[in-house]
Design a protein around this ligand. Structure first.
Ligand code: GSH
Length: 223
């Protein structure tokens, strides 16, 4: 089976699939396209115009949750919990985490007022997750699962934003989420799921959007 993942370099949804593929030791090729000028072949095969897309031989699947579920199904062992109810609950929280990424897209582009609204919405969601997160290392226990891969891009971007600013989105009030974030960001497949220098690209991307967040950057040139 030939797998080709199509994405933008900065796409957090694709990062979930990259982590899952690497964690499962599944061979795939990566094709990055320019979000500002997607090629015609992409427009032809993408029903939504969004990435990630996974080309599987001559078929195309889309939606990161579906792609990561597919990866689970073709892998030799599962990084999803054993029971149907736990798997369903994980999927619910994975979909919820997509809304967190929505808040984060807003945060990086917004003026001060919208930034504060998006931050409040983000922190309300984090509070809900903090309240259901147990003291285990990862979401379901001591094993890194698919749901941990889904949250990895969120924690990675939050940690970058906190580095670029004086902890504008600090997780310190969330003890369990902070420990969970540390555990996820220490995983090799998470660290290698982005191209080198993506933190600098993220910095430049936020700077170029000239929103309120860029004004919070501490005066340190990352170039
Ligand atoms: N629900 C989708 C969201 C994917 C998504 O929002 N992708 C962004 C890039 S990270 C995108 O393609 N944006 C371009 C657009 O919406 O036109 C998933 O989980 O795969």
């Amino acid at each position: 089976m030939n797998l080709e993942l199509v994405s933008f370099k900065l796409c957090p949804f694709a990062q979930r699939a990259i982590i899952s593929l690497n964690r499962q030791n599944i061979d795939f090729s990566m094709t990055y396209i320019n979000p500002m000028n997607p090629p015609d072949w992409f427009k032809k095969i993408s029903p939504t115009g969004q990435v990630p897309l996974l080309k599987v031989d001559d078929q195309v699947i889309f939606e990161s949750l579906v792609i990561t579920e597919f990866i689970e199904e073709i892998a030799n062992h599962s990084f999803h919990p054993d029971t149907a109810i736990q798997r369903a609950s994980n999927r619910s929280w994975i979909i919820f985490s997509g809304d967190i990424l929505g808040n984060m897209f807003e945060l990086i582009t917004a003026d001060e007022k919208t930034f504060n609204t998006a931050k409040q919405s983000l922190f309300e969601k984090l509070t809900k997750i903090e309240s259901i997160k147990t003291s285990s290392t990862f979401f379901n226990g001591e094993q890194f699962n698919m749901i941990d891969a889904a949250f990895a891009p969120i924690f990675m971007r939050l940690s970058w934003i906190n580095e670029f600013t004086d902890n504008a989105l600090s997780l310190s009030a969330f003890k369990r989420l902070s420990a969970w974030s540390d555990a996820i960001l220490a995983i090799k497949e998470v660290q290698t799921s982005v191209v080198d220098g993506l933190d600098d690209a993220y910095y430049s991307n936020i700077e170029a959007r000239e929103g309120y967040l860029a004004t919070l950057f501490v005066d340190e040139d990352t170039d």
